[in-house]
Design a protein around this ligand. Sequence first.
Ligand code: DOR
Ligand code: ZN
Length: 473
Amino acid sequence: MAVDLLLKGGTVVTEGGPVQADVAVSGGVIVGLTAAGEGPSARRTVDVTGLHVLPGVIDTHAHHREPGYTHKEDIITGTSAAAAGGVTVSCAMPNVYPPPNTAKVLRDMFALYEQKSVIDYNINAASSNLEELPALAEMGILSFKIFMVVDTGRDYPHMPGIGVHDHGKLFKMFQGIQKTGLPLMIHPHDQALMTVIEEDYWARGEKDFRAYAKAYSSYDGVIWDSAVSTLLQLQRASGVHLHILHLQTRRCVEMIRAARAEGRAVTSEVNPWTLWLGNDCANIERLASYALSYYVEPHHYQAVWNALLDGTSDMIATDHAPHTHAEKAPGRENGWKAHTGTPSVQEYVSLLMTDVNDGKLSLKKAVELLSENPAKVFKLYPKKGAIRIGADADFAIIDMNAELVLNDERVISKCGWTPYAGRKVKGLPLHTIVRGKFVFEDGKVVGEPGGGVKATPLTAEQAARLTAAAVSV
Ligand code: DOR
Ligand code: ZN
């Protein structure tokens, strides 16, 4: 009997590494992996000779801005940009209005995604209402999220009321979330230290984008290191699965490595701006606040990169953070006035593929960081995150030889710009497939709003059943 779709002639990056194989899909799942040229007959056959078939990319950290801030981005533009970047699952962050910290608000927000998302999705719920944690956890979320930041000089992206930095309150949240069994994502930040650091800069009259960058990196990253050190103690005491966001300093890497060596439930992500943008002074001079999520001195880069390569850090997630020109431009004079953050969801896979082409990491390792590990950490594996029998037919099909100078004209995000403009990349997504359907085809977004479904965590039994199915076929 003919299958629905056959991807024929490509180099398929499986968990074992790249192999020449045909991939057969029916009913939205992978039903066959055969030697090249031996795939079954199919209702649609797509010749992917010369291309690499990767599992769909899973971005567990994206700011889609809907509801509340849709002048920056919305679910349709954000998930379309993601589709063009090879992403098949995108997880939204809760700094929207109203923030999803009650079951009712989260339900309404999921209803928006159901109507609008072009790819599969989930939402990381805000954990600021302790009494709501059990109800939120029942709604199929992958994780909770806490910001420790309180904005000064602006009211976004960390709106009043969203930051939690009191250790006692944090500890209560850790304990409450531990009981749900879900992971807790945290943006580490020592607000008390940051407050006095900022005051010193302002007292000296230093307020421009350089001062902002330096304030965040003061004392060689002390606001990050102090926060992670505290968070790791609260993790040890509560036993929660702690997922540390924005890993970017050498000492944070060392602390995480030590905690993992003790077998503790500590995972982390690295963002594109740490690897390819903001930790380079030349980019900050050129782009001012447009290059700033957060800066630390360049010497930290190697430790973070090594952490990705040796498994100390688990994944690359975008922290895709679109802001308008009007919100970024004031940063040249006053860095604290610019909304912080950088968009990247359409570009980050290409930036990593360029590193693969440059021999900095293997394709297998890149796939672990982009797909397999996010799926494992957030319990989507083995339904998602790998090309194996029984898994969802989610693919990022990459032309590893295609070259492009990144530019603003191709940007799908509503913000209309990329801080990576002018950067030459080699290795571009050509097609993106979600559960057997093309959402990005020959370089064009073809997915429909409402085509995505919620990607929910698997129970241990579901995961075991899928693992057994892959072996038995
Ligand atoms: O740079 C950032 N941008 N950091 C955050 O914590 C939030 C994000 C945003 O929403 O723009
Ligand atoms: Zn973020």
